[in-house]
Write a protein that binds this ligand. Structure first.
Ligand SMILES: Cc1cc2nc3c(=O)[nH]c(=O)nc-3n(C[C@H](O)[C@H](O)[C@H](O)COP(=O)(O)OP(=O)(O)OC[C@H]3O[C@@H](n4cnc5c(N)ncnc54)[C@H](O)[C@@H]3O)c2cc1C
Length: 473
């Protein structure tokens, strides 16, 4: 998020002075690291949680279309970044089919309803569907081989999906931002921030020397991932009142056998269990990390009270404030399904984890898979007039009324939608300058200001250009 925002501001206002303070020794090691997130690109081609069936069984395509539309904006930004040498090359993005796979009569019917709802839209016009195990075997042999043939199964896919290594993208954007004149400070923790006249004063600790310094800024973006809630609370802005965070940790199984890794070439997403947070949908997932192919399965959810992978267990209790206690309690009361799901997941033995893997890869041998810890997701809890508080699964931008500070809370989709989220933030925080930036924004995002999902000709043009720049055709 910070690398994207910094790059945009640097392009729109090259004379503005930008400072970036990162607690860790490199950029992109927390949620944006490819080992820590799901890395699908969250373009809603295969994630069924964006098209949940309604009570009458129908499927509303709007959310999936909206997310895909947002990803198209990010893709254009990536293409611009490659063409303008803001990233070292196009290796951070790879073509990879996106598939959904379901088991059982009801789920198969649902997948057909989803297909019928999405297929007419140009952003989903490549969607294919099948109930035939032989076809699934061609699409994804690991999922089909050894499967009980009496099982009713269905799969859909979009061949032109992508895998994005957000860690590498973040590192490259940050490095090029430094080369363009921004002050990049790794190993620097922002400890506090307070108002300073019309702007802000940050207290920053250099972890290597222990030195503490103050930094003044007219505008602050708190792009601290799970660390954003505590920093926004420290800022004292009214807009953060009533917000809390609920951390969900995760684990993946990572395949250690090259022969198996090379037999799979897709992201295969299934259905979430009852009560599971939407992004805990199981998936068997090819990904490219620093250019090397890997295979993951998961995530398995867990509970720990830290907001970042690199912080301690006191984050949750320390985030409690008089103004967020009621929303937090309301969410605890209203989300018993989630609590039950988390307890079950935490208690899941390695043997049970292997059984979950076998649902997607019937011939899996657990000894060829290692357990790794994923990133922390901090789900947003916010005040709600009717219920007291609600748990929210997307991201939420919090901006002070004077627009001098803004921060991002929440999880997925986040990485894949960073560009539209940051453009939205610029329009809110810099209303006077924003109109003057629009032509430069169109250089970065050629479709800026227009919708692609109702404009097939423009979509075809933009897709062809971005595919070419990103080496995807
Ligand atoms: C398991 C999992 C699966 C996900 N799957 C997807 C997906 O498939 N697609 C998708 O789009 N999104 C996904 N997400 C969400 C996505 O990873 C995040 O939305 C995105 O990476 C957030 O980027 P960020 O820059 O806000 O945070 P981060 O990448 O976490 O960066 C925040 C940075 O701030 C630093 N920081 C924190 N506090 C301080 C401080 N006080 N001082 C200085 N530095 C600080 C941290 O060290 C970190 O480097 C997933 C997340 C998880 C955990």
């Amino acid at each position: 998020m910070s690398a994207t925002l910094g790059t945009l501001i640097n392009q729109l206002e090259p004379t503005w002075s930008i400072g970036l303070f990162e607690n860790l020794d490199q950029a992109g090691l927390e949620s944006s690291s490819p080992w820590n997130n799901a890395g699908t690109g969250h373009s809603a081609l295969c994630e069924l949680n964006y098209t949940a069936a309604k009570a009458d069984g129908s499927v509303d395509p709007a959310k999936a279309i909206g997310i895909n539309e947002q990803f198209q904006i990010s893709r254009q930004f990536y293409a611009w970044a490659v063409e303008n040498k803001r990233v070292a090359g196009n290796g951070f993005i790879n073509a990879l089919p996106h598939m959904s796979f379901v088991i059982g009569e009801d789920h198969s019917k649902y997948l057909q309803t989803r297909y019928d709802a999405l297929k007419p839209n140009v952003l989903f016009d490549e969607l294919e569907i099948t109930n035939d195990l032989d076809t699934i075997n061609e699409w994804t042999p690991l999922v089909a081989k050894g499967r009980d043939e009496s099982q009713k199964v269905a799969a859909s896919r979009v061949v032109s999906g992508t895998d994005v290594d957000f860690g590498r993208l973040t590192a490259d954007l940050t490095n090029s931002l430094g080369a363009a004149g921004a002050s990049i400070n790794f190993g620097h923790k922002v400890k506090n921030l307070k108002r300073d006249g019309a702007g802000w004063e940050l207290t920053v600790k250099d972890k290597a020397s222990g030195a503490v310094k103050t930094v003044k800024a007219k505008f602050v973006f708190v792009g601290a991932g799970g660390g954003a809630l505590p920093l926004l609370q420290k800022s004292g802005i009214d807009e953060i009142k009533g917000f809390g965070g609920f951390p969900v940790s995760g684990q993946f199984l990572r395949c250690t056998d090259e022969t198996i890794i090379n037999q799979h070439h897709a992201k295969v997403y299934g259905q979430a269990s009852v009560g599971a947070p939407p992004m805990s949908v199981p998936h068997l997932d090819t990904r490219f990390v620093d250019g090397k192919r890997s295979l993951m399965f998961g995530p398995y959810a867990g509970f720990s009270m830290n907001f970042l992978k690199s912080t301690g267990q006191m984050d949750l209790p320390l985030s409690l404030r008089p103004h967020n206690i009621i929303p937090m309690l309301a969410v605890a009361k209203d989300n018993m399904d989630l609590t039950t799901y988390l307890i079950k997941e935490v208690l899941k033995s390695r043997a049970k984890k292997d059984l979950s893997l076998a649902e997607y890869f019937p011939q899996a041998d657990g000894s060829k898979w290692e357990l790794i810890t994923a990133g922390q997701r901090v789900q947003v809890i916010k005040k709600d007039a009717k219920k007291g508080g609600v748990l929210q699964f997307g991201t939420e931008v919090i901006t002070s009324s004077d627009g001098t500070i803004s921060g991002l809370l929440g999880a997925s989709p986040g990485a894949s939608t960073a560009t539209p989220i940051m453009i939205g933030l610029l329009s809110r925080c810099f209303p006077k300058q924003f109109a003057g930036w629009e032509s430069k924004l169109k250089d970065i995002v050629p479709s800026y200001g227009q919708k692609l999902n109702d404009n097939p000709a423009l979509y075809a043009e933009v897709k062809a250009a971005t595919d070419k720049a990103l080496g995807l055709n």
